[in-house]
Design a protein around this ligand. Structure first.
Ligand code: CFM
Length: 551
């Protein structure tokens, strides 16, 4: 394959035939199950095809997914610098969820300068604790962490064995909260709960809402105060978004949870508006805050320069003040020329090239924007653990069947706070905005924005990944560390869209420029094609049983 062949498969591959071939390799029952999760996109007068999602992975299929604990501790709570996050479990769980996601933080922005993210806290459970119980060791660990660091808060995360042996992290948390006089709270986020890390997001949302949000009523200054939900400051994305919002005169009261501190969560309920970046991981908090405090939420996307501009205009429209709208337009006008220039520079080399994106629960969608800005074509995409609404749009929510796995995750009852509930906009104001085309509590999902004939695959397996690559020969494949080396050995570049390899930021205007250049470099480099796997040099390796006599 040469560079010019890359993406050549797009014109010659029949997606339906490929799907049949992929499924043909599976046992019948598995094939039937996977068929529902492999969809050839076709939008018919606004009707989006139904996709199977948020269901159990077939054992042995080699999934990209992570576990519930990873979603709770690693994803949602992990980026908060001044909570001591203790993993109650075997050491591996703590170690492998420790900063590999490259979530950045700026300790200088807290008065006390606390930053515990550089430490990996774990109770390091041993056989003895599994047999005789680990609560005592957990209490000791909390005490030790408190004595050394004097944090404002300590959170405890349960791993699989904790649930199996029945250690009660919540009663330990209550006892230690009483004893130490700081906020201590636990999460029953055992790895096996739910079908993926998505369950962990929900559990984390419930916990942070119950134990932290609304615990401090101090109202800080700021004319336009927003919370940014579902932005985790991977590779510094959050810093770039903060820079832009700040330039517009918009105050970021709190970010959940990139570059965050617990104090900012505590009075997040004093903001005017919740902006949701990654809906999948944090929609529950937004909905609960709306019910309890009356804060509306809107979906935004700061991945892609056009999407960033659109999101800024949406915020300005919400406030409906001339001064803010003017400032937003000035900022867009100031920032865009550099972005356009960078896109124009790379486009002659990237135009028409193809990309595949298989990541998480929102980036496989959001990053299509950036590729399109440099003329690239996302030919196949899918989430690891997205739900149907992330694919098909929020309007399908009422049709989603709640199965036993989802029912196991607690839904907390929330009602309006008797004193603190205050709708930020009156009913008429909301209606007037809606009439202008403003969308509250709404998003379209990935599929309506993809072209007909493109493949949408949920919880892609290793076998499916290989078939896609072999047939379509995309110019670039976007996924994570588990896929990276397999794809590179096939002679193709892989961009990690979870932790950005060593790059970033890719959000906002400056991030877009970084991304264009990075992708240009990757799709136009021949380096991976020079690699020859051993079997390409020596086509056949043969082996025989030692006990067999020579023939
Ligand atoms: Fe949201 Fe995320 Fe994502 Fe996610 Fe993730 Fe992530 Fe992701 Mo990796 S919170 S759903 S659980 S945007 S860690 S920062 S990159 S899979 S697409």
């Amino acid at each position: 394959m040469t560079i010019s062949d890359k993406g050549a498969g797009r014109d010659t591959v029949d997606p339906l035939r490929l799907k049949t071939e992929i499924l043909g390799k599976y046992p019948t029952k598995v094939g039937r199950k996977r068929a529902k999760q492999i969809i050839i996109n076709k939008i018919d007068e606004g009707v989006v095809p139904e996709i199977g999602a948020n269901v159990r992975t077939v054992p042995g299929i080699i999934t990209q997914r992570g576990c519930c604990y990873a979603g709770c501790k690693g994803v949602v709570l992990g980026p908060t610098r001044d909570i001591v996050n203790i993993t109650h479990g075997p050491i591996g769980c703590g170690f492998y969820s420790w900063l590999t996601r490259r979530n950045q933080t700026d300790p200088a922005s807290s008065e006390d300068g606390h930053n515990f993210m550089t430490y990996c806290f774990s109770t390091d459970m041993q056989e003895e604790n599994i047999v005789f119980g680990g609560e005592k060791k957990l209490k000791q660990a909390i005490h030790e962490a408190y004595d050394i660091f004097h944090p404002k808060a300590i959170a405890i995360f349960a791993t699989c064995p904790v649930g199996l042996i029945g250690d009660d992290v919540h009663s330990v948390a209550r006892e230690m909260k009483e004893k130490l006089g700081i906020n201590v709270f636990g999460f029953s986020c055992e790895g096996y709960k739910g079908v993926s890390q998505s369950a962990g997001h929900h559990i984390a949302n419930n916990g942070i809402f119950t134990h932290v949000i609304g615990t401090d009523d101090t109202v800080h200054k700021g004319r336009y105060k927003i919370n940014l939900l579902g932005e985790y400051n991977i590779g510094g994305d959050g810093f770039e978004i903060d820079r832009i919002l700040d330039k517009c005169g918009i105050t970021v009261q709190s970010t959940f949870s990139g570059n965050s501190s617990i104090d900012r969560f505590a009075n997040a309920h004093t903001s005017d508006l919740n902006l949701i970046m990654c809906h999948r991981s944090i929609n529950y908090v937004a909905e609960m805050m709306e019910k309890k405090f009356g804060i509306p939420w809107v979906k935004v996307n700061f991945i892609g320069a056009e999407a960033t501009a659109k999101s800024l205009r949406k915020i300005a429209q919400y406030y409906g003040e001339e001064e803010l709208s003017r400032r937003v337009e000035e900022v867009i006008a100031e920032e865009m020329p550099a972005v356009k220039k960078a896109a124009d520079e790379v486009r002659p080399r990237t135009q028409g090239k193809t990309a595949m994106l298989f990541v998480g629960g929102s980036r496989a969608h959001h990053y299509q924007e950036l590729f399109k800005e440099i003329g690239m074509i996302p030919i196949a995409a899918g989430y690891e653990f997205g739900h149907r609404d992330d694919y098909e749009g929020r309007k399908v929510l009422p049709d989603i069947k709640v199965d036993a796995d989802s029912r196991n995750i607690e839904e907390i009852e929330v009602s309006a706070d008797p004193e603190r509930y205050s709708p930020r906009k009156t009913g008429e104001e909301m209606e007037a905005l809606t009439a202008e085309g403003f969308e509250f509590s709404e998003y379209d999902g990935m599929m309506p924005e993809m072209e007909d004939g493109q493949l949408v695959i949920d919880d892609i397996s290793h076998h499916e990944t290989e078939m896609l690559i072999d047939r379509y020969k995309p110019a670039i494949f976007c996924a994570g560390i588990k896929e990276k080396f397999v794809v590179q050995k096939k002679g193709m570049p892989l961009k990690m869209l979870h932790n950005y390899d060593s790059g970033g930021p890719y959000a906002g205007f400056r991030g877009a420029v970084n991304f264009y250049r990075e992708i240009d470099r990757m799709v136009n480099s021949r380096v991976w094609q020079y690699i020859k796997a051993p079997w390409q040099r020596n086509p056949e390796l043969s082996a025989r049983y030692a006990f067999m006599p020579d023939r």
